[in-house]
Design a protein around this ligand. Structure first.
Ligand SMILES: [Cu+2]
Length: 127
């Protein structure tokens, strides 16, 4: 009888442990998936008009790992979401500079800037 009681307790404890373990793993994996969500950042990108918006967003969206890019011509702020395991914010800076738009980190080549349509010739940063 004593042995039966003992076994009964062991079995109950074990099923409790299993429940706690599965709860812990559920919490763990949901936390992991939160971390796996894309990182969102905002950077200033110099530009003027709707054409600039198209050019900037196209360049940023072309980066592998970028899921969203939105540039606002009023605020000059670019909102970008990306997978941190695939790319980083430096690549975003470089991509917009490459198509003629200065950021605070990278300046576009004069040759690229000079080829922009006249409506896009924003006032350049003195870098
Ligand atoms: Cu423009």
């Amino acid at each position: 009888m004593k042995l039966y009681n003992y076994l009964n307790i062991v079995i109950k404890t074990n099923s409790m442990k299993t429940k706690v373990l599965s709860l812990v793993s559920v919490l763990f994996f949901s936390t992991m998936s939160l971390f796996a969500q894309d990182k969102a950042e905002k950077i200033k990108v110099y530009g003027n008009c709707g054409m600039c918006e198209t050019r900037i967003e196209k360049a940023v969206n072309a980066i592998d790992g970028v899921s969203a890019a939105d540039w606002n011509k009023e605020t000059k702020m670019l909102k970008v979401s990306f997978d941190e395991s695939k790319t980083d914010i430096h690549k975003v800076h470089m991509a917009v500079a490459k198509v003629g738009h200065d950021t605070k980190k990278y300046k576009a080549d004069d040759s690229v800037y000079n080829k922009l349509p006249s409506c896009c010739l924003y006032e350049r940063l003195k870098l």
